[in-house]
Design a protein around this ligand. Structure first.
Ligand code: CU
Length: 389
Protein backbone atom coordinates (compact mmCIF):
# COMPACT_ATOMS: atom_id res chain seq x y z
CA UNK A 1 0.00 0.00 0.00
CA UNK A 2 1.42 3.41 -0.75
CA UNK A 3 1.96 5.89 2.07
CA UNK A 4 -0.85 8.20 1.02
CA UNK A 5 -3.37 5.39 1.21
CA UNK A 6 -1.89 4.16 4.50
CA UNK A 7 -2.50 7.58 5.98
CA UNK A 8 -6.08 7.61 4.77
CA UNK A 9 -6.72 4.12 6.10
CA UNK A 10 -5.25 5.15 9.42
CA UNK A 11 -8.05 7.69 9.72
CA UNK A 12 -10.59 5.08 8.75
CA UNK A 13 -11.15 6.58 5.32
CA UNK A 14 -10.86 4.79 2.04
CA UNK A 15 -9.68 6.44 -1.10
CA UNK A 16 -9.99 4.65 -4.41
CA UNK A 17 -9.87 6.41 -7.73
CA UNK A 18 -8.73 6.19 -11.29
CA UNK A 19 -5.51 8.01 -10.50
CA UNK A 20 -4.51 5.66 -7.74
CA UNK A 21 -2.18 2.82 -8.64
CA UNK A 22 -2.40 -0.12 -6.22
CA UNK A 23 -1.93 -3.56 -7.74
CA UNK A 24 -2.83 -2.42 -11.19
CA UNK A 25 -1.67 -4.42 -14.15
CA UNK A 26 0.80 -2.86 -16.59
CA UNK A 27 -0.91 -0.98 -19.38
CA UNK A 28 -1.71 -3.26 -22.29
CA UNK A 29 -2.51 -6.25 -20.07
CA UNK A 30 -5.55 -7.97 -21.62
CA UNK A 31 -8.74 -7.52 -19.61
CA UNK A 32 -11.44 -10.19 -19.64
CA UNK A 33 -14.82 -10.04 -17.97
CA UNK A 34 -15.77 -13.18 -16.13
CA UNK A 35 -19.49 -13.88 -15.98
CA UNK A 36 -20.06 -15.30 -12.53
CA UNK A 37 -22.60 -18.07 -12.01
CA UNK A 38 -24.42 -19.36 -8.96
CA UNK A 39 -22.83 -22.29 -7.09
CA UNK A 40 -22.40 -25.23 -7.27
CA UNK A 41 -21.23 -24.30 -10.78
CA UNK A 42 -18.07 -22.50 -11.82
CA UNK A 43 -17.72 -19.77 -14.43
CA UNK A 44 -16.34 -20.72 -17.85
CA UNK A 45 -12.56 -20.89 -17.62
CA UNK A 46 -9.44 -22.42 -19.13
CA UNK A 47 -7.70 -24.97 -16.88
CA UNK A 48 -4.29 -24.12 -18.34
CA UNK A 49 -3.84 -20.42 -19.00
CA UNK A 50 -3.76 -19.28 -22.60
CA UNK A 51 -1.26 -16.51 -23.17
CA UNK A 52 0.18 -14.20 -20.56
CA UNK A 53 -1.35 -12.76 -17.41
CA UNK A 54 -4.72 -11.03 -17.71
CA UNK A 55 -6.95 -8.77 -15.70
CA UNK A 56 -9.97 -10.87 -14.74
CA UNK A 57 -12.85 -8.47 -14.10
CA UNK A 58 -15.73 -9.63 -11.91
CA UNK A 59 -18.77 -7.87 -10.52
CA UNK A 60 -20.38 -8.70 -7.21
CA UNK A 61 -23.63 -7.02 -6.22
CA UNK A 62 -24.70 -7.17 -2.59
CA UNK A 63 -28.20 -8.47 -2.03
CA UNK A 64 -29.76 -8.74 1.40
CA UNK A 65 -32.56 -11.28 1.02
CA UNK A 66 -34.72 -13.73 2.93
CA UNK A 67 -33.74 -17.34 2.34
CA UNK A 68 -34.97 -20.68 3.65
CA UNK A 69 -32.62 -22.60 5.93
CA UNK A 70 -35.07 -25.49 5.73
CA UNK A 71 -38.84 -25.91 5.56
CA UNK A 72 -39.30 -24.44 9.03
CA UNK A 73 -36.74 -21.65 9.21
CA UNK A 74 -35.84 -18.58 7.21
CA UNK A 75 -32.97 -16.16 7.61
CA UNK A 76 -31.85 -12.81 6.28
CA UNK A 77 -29.05 -13.90 3.98
CA UNK A 78 -26.40 -11.31 3.28
CA UNK A 79 -25.21 -12.27 -0.17
CA UNK A 80 -22.97 -11.39 -3.07
CA UNK A 81 -25.02 -11.84 -6.25
CA UNK A 82 -27.91 -13.43 -4.37
CA UNK A 83 -26.46 -16.84 -3.57
CA UNK A 84 -25.14 -18.61 -0.46
CA UNK A 85 -22.29 -19.19 -0.91
CA UNK A 86 -21.25 -16.35 -3.19
CA UNK A 87 -20.07 -17.24 -6.72
CA UNK A 88 -16.76 -18.95 -7.38
CA UNK A 89 -14.24 -16.73 -9.15
CA UNK A 90 -11.52 -18.37 -11.27
CA UNK A 91 -8.21 -16.83 -12.32
CA UNK A 92 -4.63 -17.99 -12.86
CA UNK A 93 -1.50 -17.35 -10.87
CA UNK A 94 -0.04 -14.07 -12.12
CA UNK A 95 -3.41 -12.65 -13.21
CA UNK A 96 -4.96 -9.59 -11.66
CA UNK A 97 -8.44 -9.80 -10.17
CA UNK A 98 -10.47 -6.65 -10.69
CA UNK A 99 -13.46 -6.65 -8.39
CA UNK A 100 -16.30 -4.19 -8.80
CA UNK A 101 -18.29 -4.37 -5.58
CA UNK A 102 -21.73 -2.78 -5.76
CA UNK A 103 -23.92 -2.09 -2.73
CA UNK A 104 -27.33 -0.88 -4.00
CA UNK A 105 -29.05 1.76 -1.91
CA UNK A 106 -31.91 -0.67 -1.21
CA UNK A 107 -29.61 -2.48 1.23
CA UNK A 108 -29.38 -1.65 4.94
CA UNK A 109 -25.71 -2.16 5.73
CA UNK A 110 -22.14 -1.42 4.73
CA UNK A 111 -20.31 -4.39 3.20
CA UNK A 112 -16.84 -5.25 1.95
CA UNK A 113 -14.78 -8.27 1.04
CA UNK A 114 -11.67 -9.93 2.48
CA UNK A 115 -9.99 -12.11 -0.16
CA UNK A 116 -7.87 -14.76 1.58
CA UNK A 117 -6.13 -15.16 -1.78
CA UNK A 118 -5.00 -11.52 -1.88
CA UNK A 119 -2.00 -9.93 -0.22
CA UNK A 120 -2.21 -6.74 1.86
CA UNK A 121 -4.81 -4.38 3.35
CA UNK A 122 -6.67 -7.15 5.22
CA UNK A 123 -7.16 -9.05 1.99
CA UNK A 124 -8.46 -5.86 0.38
CA UNK A 125 -11.11 -5.39 3.06
CA UNK A 126 -9.67 -2.00 4.03
CA UNK A 127 -10.06 -0.77 0.49
CA UNK A 128 -13.39 -2.06 -0.72
CA UNK A 129 -15.89 -1.08 1.97
CA UNK A 130 -19.08 0.32 0.46
CA UNK A 131 -22.17 1.85 2.08
CA UNK A 132 -25.60 1.42 0.49
CA UNK A 133 -25.68 3.41 -2.74
CA UNK A 134 -21.92 3.04 -3.43
CA UNK A 135 -19.64 0.93 -5.58
CA UNK A 136 -15.87 0.41 -5.44
CA UNK A 137 -13.21 -1.21 -7.62
CA UNK A 138 -10.30 -3.17 -6.13
CA UNK A 139 -7.56 -4.73 -8.25
CA UNK A 140 -5.09 -7.22 -6.80
CA UNK A 141 -2.49 -9.57 -8.15
CA UNK A 142 -2.98 -13.30 -7.62
CA UNK A 143 0.42 -14.61 -6.51
CA UNK A 144 -0.72 -17.68 -4.51
CA UNK A 145 -2.20 -20.65 -6.44
CA UNK A 146 -4.96 -22.52 -4.67
CA UNK A 147 -8.57 -22.29 -3.60
CA UNK A 148 -9.40 -19.64 -1.04
CA UNK A 149 -12.35 -18.24 0.88
CA UNK A 150 -13.52 -14.67 0.52
CA UNK A 151 -15.97 -13.14 2.95
CA UNK A 152 -17.45 -9.88 4.16
CA UNK A 153 -15.52 -8.32 7.05
CA UNK A 154 -16.83 -4.83 7.77
CA UNK A 155 -15.36 -4.74 11.30
CA UNK A 156 -16.16 -5.80 14.88
CA UNK A 157 -19.23 -7.95 15.47
CA UNK A 158 -20.30 -7.29 11.88
CA UNK A 159 -17.56 -9.72 10.77
CA UNK A 160 -19.08 -12.88 12.28
CA UNK A 161 -22.61 -11.59 11.70
CA UNK A 162 -22.13 -11.09 7.97
CA UNK A 163 -20.07 -14.25 7.49
CA UNK A 164 -22.56 -16.46 9.35
CA UNK A 165 -25.36 -14.81 7.38
CA UNK A 166 -23.98 -16.33 4.19
CA UNK A 167 -21.68 -13.57 2.98
CA UNK A 168 -18.81 -15.73 1.83
CA UNK A 169 -17.60 -17.44 -1.31
CA UNK A 170 -14.43 -18.84 -2.84
CA UNK A 171 -11.89 -18.06 -5.52
CA UNK A 172 -9.70 -20.54 -7.38
CA UNK A 173 -6.28 -19.38 -8.54
CA UNK A 174 -5.07 -22.10 -10.90
CA UNK A 175 -1.40 -22.66 -11.70
CA UNK A 176 -0.78 -21.29 -15.21
CA UNK A 177 -0.19 -24.81 -16.52
CA UNK A 178 -3.29 -26.15 -14.74
CA UNK A 179 -3.43 -28.77 -11.99
CA UNK A 180 -0.94 -31.62 -11.60
CA UNK A 181 -1.37 -35.00 -9.90
CA UNK A 182 0.88 -36.45 -7.19
CA UNK A 183 3.44 -37.46 -9.82
CA UNK A 184 3.50 -34.03 -11.41
CA UNK A 185 1.50 -35.06 -14.47
CA UNK A 186 -1.27 -32.78 -15.78
CA UNK A 187 -4.60 -33.55 -14.14
CA UNK A 188 -7.59 -32.15 -16.02
CA UNK A 189 -11.08 -32.25 -14.58
CA UNK A 190 -14.16 -32.93 -16.71
CA UNK A 191 -16.42 -31.17 -14.23
CA UNK A 192 -15.93 -28.98 -11.20
CA UNK A 193 -18.37 -28.26 -8.41
CA UNK A 194 -18.23 -25.67 -5.66
CA UNK A 195 -19.83 -26.76 -2.39
CA UNK A 196 -20.09 -23.86 0.04
CA UNK A 197 -20.90 -25.02 3.54
CA UNK A 198 -22.73 -22.59 5.79
CA UNK A 199 -23.30 -22.84 9.52
CA UNK A 200 -26.35 -20.91 10.70
CA UNK A 201 -27.24 -19.89 14.24
CA UNK A 202 -30.93 -19.05 14.00
CA UNK A 203 -32.59 -17.96 17.24
CA UNK A 204 -35.76 -19.61 18.52
CA UNK A 205 -38.59 -17.95 20.38
CA UNK A 206 -40.22 -19.16 23.60
CA UNK A 207 -42.65 -21.19 21.50
CA UNK A 208 -39.69 -23.23 20.22
CA UNK A 209 -40.11 -21.93 16.68
CA UNK A 210 -37.45 -20.08 14.73
CA UNK A 211 -37.90 -16.32 15.03
CA UNK A 212 -38.72 -14.12 12.05
CA UNK A 213 -37.37 -10.63 11.50
CA UNK A 214 -38.40 -7.81 9.17
CA UNK A 215 -34.81 -6.94 8.22
CA UNK A 216 -31.27 -8.27 8.89
CA UNK A 217 -30.22 -5.89 11.66
CA UNK A 218 -33.36 -6.65 13.69
CA UNK A 219 -32.12 -10.20 14.31
CA UNK A 220 -28.44 -9.41 14.73
CA UNK A 221 -28.25 -9.27 18.55
CA UNK A 222 -30.25 -12.50 18.91
CA UNK A 223 -28.13 -14.29 16.32
CA UNK A 224 -24.83 -13.19 17.83
CA UNK A 225 -26.00 -14.34 21.26
CA UNK A 226 -27.13 -17.70 19.85
CA UNK A 227 -23.83 -18.14 18.00
CA UNK A 228 -21.73 -17.79 21.17
CA UNK A 229 -22.67 -21.35 22.12
CA UNK A 230 -20.99 -22.50 18.89
CA UNK A 231 -23.89 -24.87 18.27
CA UNK A 232 -25.31 -24.25 14.80
CA UNK A 233 -29.04 -24.62 14.20
CA UNK A 234 -28.23 -25.62 10.59
CA UNK A 235 -25.17 -26.67 8.61
CA UNK A 236 -26.16 -26.48 4.95
CA UNK A 237 -24.71 -26.65 1.45
CA UNK A 238 -25.77 -23.96 -0.99
CA UNK A 239 -27.67 -21.98 1.62
CA UNK A 240 -30.57 -24.34 2.23
CA UNK A 241 -30.90 -27.88 3.58
CA UNK A 242 -31.42 -30.20 0.61
CA UNK A 243 -30.40 -27.56 -1.97
CA UNK A 244 -28.12 -30.03 -3.77
CA UNK A 245 -30.35 -33.11 -3.62
CA UNK A 246 -33.01 -34.63 -5.87
CA UNK A 247 -33.32 -32.73 -9.16
CA UNK A 248 -30.43 -30.48 -8.08
CA UNK A 249 -28.05 -33.38 -7.41
CA UNK A 250 -24.51 -32.97 -8.69
CA UNK A 251 -23.98 -35.00 -11.87
CA UNK A 252 -21.15 -36.93 -13.50
CA UNK A 253 -20.47 -39.94 -15.72
CA UNK A 254 -18.33 -42.99 -15.05
CA UNK A 255 -14.78 -42.27 -16.14
CA UNK A 256 -15.06 -38.52 -15.56
CA UNK A 257 -12.72 -36.68 -13.26
CA UNK A 258 -14.54 -34.31 -10.94
CA UNK A 259 -12.99 -31.51 -8.93
CA UNK A 260 -14.83 -30.73 -5.69
CA UNK A 261 -14.07 -27.40 -4.06
CA UNK A 262 -15.42 -27.19 -0.54
CA UNK A 263 -15.35 -23.97 1.47
CA UNK A 264 -16.18 -23.24 5.07
CA UNK A 265 -15.60 -19.63 6.10
CA UNK A 266 -16.23 -20.12 9.78
CA UNK A 267 -15.70 -23.62 11.19
CA UNK A 268 -14.08 -26.97 10.40
CA UNK A 269 -15.60 -29.51 8.05
CA UNK A 270 -14.79 -33.03 6.87
CA UNK A 271 -16.05 -33.81 3.39
CA UNK A 272 -16.68 -37.45 2.48
CA UNK A 273 -18.13 -39.05 -0.63
CA UNK A 274 -20.18 -42.10 0.37
CA UNK A 275 -19.29 -44.82 -2.11
CA UNK A 276 -16.25 -43.00 -3.47
CA UNK A 277 -13.00 -41.42 -2.40
CA UNK A 278 -10.71 -38.50 -3.04
CA UNK A 279 -7.97 -39.59 -5.46
CA UNK A 280 -6.25 -36.27 -4.86
CA UNK A 281 -6.53 -33.76 -2.02
CA UNK A 282 -4.84 -30.39 -2.10
CA UNK A 283 -4.48 -29.89 1.64
CA UNK A 284 -5.36 -26.42 2.83
CA UNK A 285 -6.42 -25.66 -0.73
CA UNK A 286 -2.82 -25.05 -1.78
CA UNK A 287 -1.91 -25.74 -5.41
CA UNK A 288 1.74 -24.93 -4.61
CA UNK A 289 2.02 -28.34 -2.96
CA UNK A 290 1.84 -31.88 -4.31
CA UNK A 291 -1.65 -33.27 -3.68
CA UNK A 292 -2.14 -36.11 -1.20
CA UNK A 293 -3.69 -39.32 -2.54
CA UNK A 294 -6.37 -41.83 -1.60
CA UNK A 295 -8.40 -40.16 1.12
CA UNK A 296 -11.64 -41.50 2.55
CA UNK A 297 -12.45 -38.23 4.31
CA UNK A 298 -10.58 -34.98 4.03
CA UNK A 299 -10.36 -31.88 6.16
CA UNK A 300 -11.39 -28.29 5.63
CA UNK A 301 -10.04 -26.05 8.39
CA UNK A 302 -12.50 -23.27 9.26
CA UNK A 303 -11.74 -20.20 7.17
CA UNK A 304 -10.53 -22.05 4.11
CA UNK A 305 -11.43 -23.88 0.94
CA UNK A 306 -10.00 -27.27 -0.04
CA UNK A 307 -9.95 -28.99 -3.45
CA UNK A 308 -10.30 -32.72 -3.99
CA UNK A 309 -10.34 -34.70 -7.24
CA UNK A 310 -11.99 -38.03 -7.98
CA UNK A 311 -12.44 -40.15 -11.09
CA UNK A 312 -15.75 -42.04 -10.89
CA UNK A 313 -15.59 -45.80 -11.55
CA UNK A 314 -19.15 -46.86 -10.65
CA UNK A 315 -22.52 -45.36 -11.54
CA UNK A 316 -25.34 -44.67 -9.11
CA UNK A 317 -26.24 -42.38 -6.28
CA UNK A 318 -23.48 -41.05 -4.06
CA UNK A 319 -23.86 -38.78 -1.06
CA UNK A 320 -21.36 -35.98 -0.63
CA UNK A 321 -21.50 -34.83 2.97
CA UNK A 322 -19.70 -33.52 5.96
CA UNK A 323 -18.84 -36.72 7.82
CA UNK A 324 -20.01 -35.46 11.10
CA UNK A 325 -23.16 -37.45 10.54
CA UNK A 326 -25.17 -35.36 12.97
CA UNK A 327 -24.41 -32.28 10.89
CA UNK A 328 -25.06 -34.16 7.67
CA UNK A 329 -28.32 -35.87 8.54
CA UNK A 330 -29.84 -33.72 11.27
CA UNK A 331 -28.53 -30.26 10.35
CA UNK A 332 -28.42 -30.40 6.55
CA UNK A 333 -24.80 -30.81 5.38
CA UNK A 334 -25.42 -33.36 2.61
CA UNK A 335 -25.65 -33.33 -1.18
CA UNK A 336 -26.52 -35.99 -3.73
CA UNK A 337 -24.27 -36.97 -6.62
CA UNK A 338 -25.84 -38.93 -9.50
CA UNK A 339 -23.39 -40.76 -11.73
CA UNK A 340 -24.37 -42.30 -15.07
CA UNK A 341 -22.64 -45.32 -16.55
CA UNK A 342 -22.36 -49.09 -16.63
CA UNK A 343 -22.11 -50.99 -13.38
CA UNK A 344 -18.92 -53.05 -12.92
CA UNK A 345 -19.75 -56.33 -11.16
CA UNK A 346 -16.10 -57.05 -10.51
CA UNK A 347 -15.91 -53.91 -8.42
CA UNK A 348 -19.07 -54.76 -6.46
CA UNK A 349 -21.92 -57.22 -6.67
CA UNK A 350 -24.63 -58.50 -4.38
CA UNK A 351 -23.50 -62.13 -4.57
CA UNK A 352 -26.47 -63.40 -2.54
CA UNK A 353 -29.83 -61.68 -2.45
CA UNK A 354 -31.47 -61.09 0.94
CA UNK A 355 -33.37 -64.27 1.96
CA UNK A 356 -33.96 -66.71 4.81
CA UNK A 357 -31.01 -67.25 7.12
CA UNK A 358 -29.59 -70.71 6.42
CA UNK A 359 -26.38 -70.58 8.44
CA UNK A 360 -26.91 -69.85 12.13
CA UNK A 361 -24.44 -68.13 14.38
CA UNK A 362 -24.28 -71.35 16.42
CA UNK A 363 -23.28 -73.34 13.35
CA UNK A 364 -20.63 -70.79 12.51
CA UNK A 365 -19.25 -70.77 16.06
CA UNK A 366 -19.16 -74.57 16.17
CA UNK A 367 -17.21 -74.57 12.91
CA UNK A 368 -14.78 -72.01 14.36
CA UNK A 369 -14.27 -74.09 17.51
CA UNK A 370 -13.79 -77.26 15.46
CA UNK A 371 -11.12 -75.55 13.34
CA UNK A 372 -9.51 -74.06 16.44
CA UNK A 373 -9.62 -77.50 18.15
CA UNK A 374 -7.92 -79.19 15.22
CA UNK A 375 -5.21 -76.54 15.20
CA UNK A 376 -4.70 -76.78 18.95
CA UNK A 377 -4.54 -80.59 18.91
CA UNK A 378 -2.14 -80.55 15.97
CA UNK A 379 0.24 -78.14 17.72
CA UNK A 380 -0.07 -80.07 21.01
CA UNK A 381 0.79 -83.32 19.19
CA UNK A 382 3.80 -81.65 17.54
CA UNK A 383 5.00 -80.37 20.92
CA UNK A 384 4.61 -83.82 22.54
CA UNK A 385 6.40 -85.48 19.60
CA UNK A 386 9.34 -83.06 20.08
CA UNK A 387 9.55 -83.86 23.83
CA UNK A 388 9.39 -87.63 23.17
CA UNK A 389 12.08 -87.35 20.53
CU1 CU B 1 -21.41 -7.70 4.54
Amino acid sequence: MNKVVQAFVGFGLFCIGATQVMANAPSGTPRVTQELVAPPFLPKHDQAAKGGPKVVAVRLVVEEKLMKADANASYWALTFNGSVPAPMIVAHEGDWVELTLVNPKTNTMTHNLDFHAATGALGGAELNKVAPGEEVVLTWKAIKPGVFVYHCAPGGTMIPFHTMSGMNGAIMILPRKGLSDAKGKPWRYDRAYYIGEQDLYLPKGKDGKFKKYSQPLEGMADMLETSKGLVPSHVVFNGTAGALTGDNALKAKVGEKVLFIHSQANRDSRPHLIGGHADLVWQGGSFSDTPDTGYETWFVPGGSAVAAGYQFVQPGLYVYLSHNLIEAVLLGAAAHMMVDGKWDNEMMEQTKKPGPITSTATTAVKEEVRNLGHGFLDSLKQTVDKIVD
